[in-house]
Design a protein around this ligand. Structure first.
Ligand code: PHE
Length: 340
């Protein structure tokens, strides 16, 4: 019997040495020390031995069990250390490798377009003035000659914040703010910013978009100045060969009001899908500042006159870069944005 123990020990230690991972280690433990393990069964069979052999064998078997348990623990620690070392080696950081570069970003197409517009007007002597996006009903409509229930309010579908507050539907309320701040100085400013309209989003219209309002107030300013300014802007922005056409229009805050068109940049006036076969593209609403609006801004209309205009920003960019869907601007698709 004692020989048998010795044999088990040799076999078990060899098997332990051969166990290369925790799986094998677990199997080993089950095989020798588990409930039905070799050694466990041998210990259980002590009772079958002749009485005088029992103590010697029992002690030897128990000692063997302790030795095997110790050996198991040592092997487990060694394997664990080896695992750890390998893990560290695998995850080792090579600090000499070049880092992963973060690609440089660039300005959004809208920002680029805005800056082109700023540059052109800056050269013509216009300052930039910013007005808030959240406006009062008074500023957005009332002081622009549209009292409550004025039918012209229907031209702008509005996001209301409360009974008196709204998201501005155009940049024109900025006209009142600049006039009130600058009076009695003459004024030549542009007011860029976001506008909001409660309307269906389509390839041609978003519910958020930019406008660049223009306002000039002074002595003896005439429609000729307005047309000259917008013609100059159009040629600098779209190219010196552009032709400009003026049509009569209506806005409550300008009198007279006009609509400014330029010949289609795609077909040059021949007529195509982009200009809906008219040969002309609408670029801005404009007009001479209405006397009531001048007065609301603090300027006496008998002494002062002025012009105002309000082109969009995304539309001009669409024309210039042949973009056929306004939703691309704010869709956050890098494949689109990286092109500009
Ligand atoms: N505010 C007008 C609009 O949003 C445009 C405009 C601006 C017209 C200034 C005349 C003068 O449609």
């Amino acid at each position: 019997m004692l020989d048998q123990l010795e044999q088990v020990e040799q076999e078990a230690l060899a098997a332990l040495e051969a166990a290369e991972d925790s799986e094998a280690l677990k199997a080993w433990q089950k095989r020798y020390l588990g409930k039905k393990g070799t050694l466990t069964l041998m210990l259980r069979s002590v009772g079958d031995l002749p009485r005088e052999e029992r103590p010697v064998f029992g002690r030897a078997a128990n000692e063997l069990k302790t030795r095997l348990e110790e050996a198991h623990q040592i092997r487990a620690q060694a394997l664990h250390r080896a695992d750890l070392e390998q893990e560290l080696k695998r995850g080792a950081l090579d600090v000499t490798l070049p880092g992963r570069p973060i690609g440089p970003g660039h300005l959004h197409i809208t920002t680029q377009t805005l800056r082109q517009i700023y540059a052109i007007f800056a050269e013509m002597g216009f300052q930039i003035y910013e007005a808030p996006d959240v406006e009062t009903d008074e500023m957005n409509f009332g002081l622009l000659n549209m009292p409550p229930h004025h039918p012209a309010r229907d031209m702008w579908d509005t996001f209301w914040v409360s009974d008196e507050l709204l998201l501005r539907t155009h940049t024109s309320p900025g006209q009142i703010r600049v006039m009130r701040e600058r009076y009695p100085e003459p004024i030549r400013v542009i007011l860029p910013g976001k506008c909001y309209r409660y309307e269906q989003i389509t390839a041609r219209s978003e519910h958020q978009f930019y406008q660049v309002e223009g306002l000039a107030v002074g002595h003896g300013i005439t429609m000729t100045d307005l047309i000259g300014t917008l013609t100059e802007f159009t040629r600098r922005f779209y190219g010196p060969e552009r032709r400009v056409r003026i049509r009569g229009s209506y806005f409550p805050f300008t009198e007279p009001s006009i609509e400014v068109d330029m010949d289609c940049i795609l077909c040059g006036g021949e007529g195509c899908r982009v200009c809906k076969y008219s040969g002309w593209l609408e670029i801005a609403g404009a007009g001479m500042v209405h006397p009531v609006v001048l007065e609301n801004g603090g300027y006496d209309p008998d002494e002062w006159s002025g012009f105002a205009f309000g082109p969009g920003v995304e539309r001009p960019a669409m024309l210039k870069y042949s973009i056929d869907d306004i939703r691309m601007f704010y869709g956050n698709d890098l494949r689109f944005l990286r092109q500009f």
